[in-house]
Design a protein around this ligand. Structure first.
Ligand SMILES: Cc1ncc(COP(=O)(O)O)c(C=O)c1O
Length: 318
């Protein structure tokens, strides 16, 4: 990931040069993690950028904000145009876009209600996963860190401070030489990876868990559930145990950053016979066709970035 070619960001309604997009030291979110964000990708569709499942990402953005009492003073149409404008100004095609809304800098009281600052950063595609681990399949380890329970912090909100849990699990897994950490929930079942959801395959059935297992409800996860049905697989949603994963034919992780990442082993034990397995491959191909506009059926998932600016009504009052 590099910000070397990022010239423009967007902050509170204005395009701002990257070097000037700074925040004051008293920013509430810097101290307490009181912000929410999204990770969205654009892909090349007929050579032009198109945003994948933008509406779903924006919907989750506003929902996460509501959980933490953040009132985003812009309408979704305005954020959509801001994202498209950033892509145009930074001359991006394949990109990763990070909208963030966070508590501002007026006070550091824990119960204070500061202003909601809204900003967007976009950069050329991020490679969350090395090509090597994608080819050979990820080496996953059960983390000694548990996923916090949804009753401690709502796991369905994508909030800044919540990522300390992911950070600890990732650091610990890396220290032991693994690619990815698998976090269990307080019931001892599978929750999710640090920044990705988990699927397992048994025969013609794909299985994943849901918010009852303390996960972020991933948009890639939702896309895969829909793609799998269209590809003729059966899908099941419910709790998954570590034993289920060990006995699965295939396991893969999914998320905006890693897309679909085959898992080759769990704590040193191989999963299935080959990695990537044939079902993971088929789902991956279906996902690739959807994100690049090759399958008409999923064209509604793509928001094409218009070549020129579109004017939209500006702010909702603060
Ligand atoms: C904790 C966590 N779980 C799952 C996901 C996958 O979600 P999505 O597919 O919406 O990117 C992410 C990534 O955003 C994440 O951070």
């Amino acid at each position: 990931m590099t910000f070397a070619n990022v010239q423009w960001t967007w902050m509170n309604g204005e395009f701002v040069p990257f070097a000037e997009s700074t925040v004051p030291l008293s920013t509430h979110a810097l101290h307490y993690g009181t912000g929410v964000f999204e990770g969205i990708r654009s892909y090349a569709v007929d050579g032009e950028p198109a945003l994948f499942r933008l509406d779903a990402h924006l919907e989750r953005f506003y929902e996460s904000a509501a959980v933490y009492g953040l009132r985003i003073p812009f309408r979704p149409e305005h954020l959509t145009e801001a994202i498209c404008g950033l892509i145009r100004r930074n001359r991006l095609t394949e990109s990763y876009i990070r909208p963030i809304a966070y508590m501002g800098a007026e006070t550091l009281g824990i119960r204070a209600q500061c202003s909601t600052e809204t900003a967007i950063l976009a950069w050329p595609n991020m490679a969350h996963v090395s090509e090597q681990s994608r080819r050979r399949g990820a080496r996953l380890t059960v983390s000694p860190y548990l996923k916090f329970d949804a009753r401690m912090m709502p796991t369905t909100a994508k909030a800044c401070g919540q990522y300390l849990n992911s950070r600890l699990a990732t650091m610990e897994a890396s220290r032991r030489g693994y690619d990815e950490a698998l976090l269990l929930n307080i019931a001892g079942n599978v929750a999710e990876a640090a920044v990705a959801n988990v699927f397992m395959v048994k025969g013609r059935i794909l299985r994943t868990n849901d918010e009852k297992s303390s996960i972020l409800m991933g948009i890639t996860r939702d896309s895969i559930l829909q793609l799998a049905v269209a590809e003729g697989f059966q899908v099941e949603v419910g709790a998954i145990t570590v034993e289920d994963l060990r006995n699965a034919d295939e396991v893969f992780l999914c998320g905006t950053a890693c897309e679909i990442l085959p898992v080759a082993e769990l704590d040193g034990s191989r999963i299935g016979r080959v990695s990537p397995g044939p079902v993971t491959d088929q789902i991956h191909n279906a996902f690739d066709r959807a994100k690049t506009g090759a399958s008409r059926e999923w064209a509604h998932w793509l928001h094409r970035v218009a070549a020129k600016e579109v004017s939209v009504a500006t702010t909702v009052s603060k």
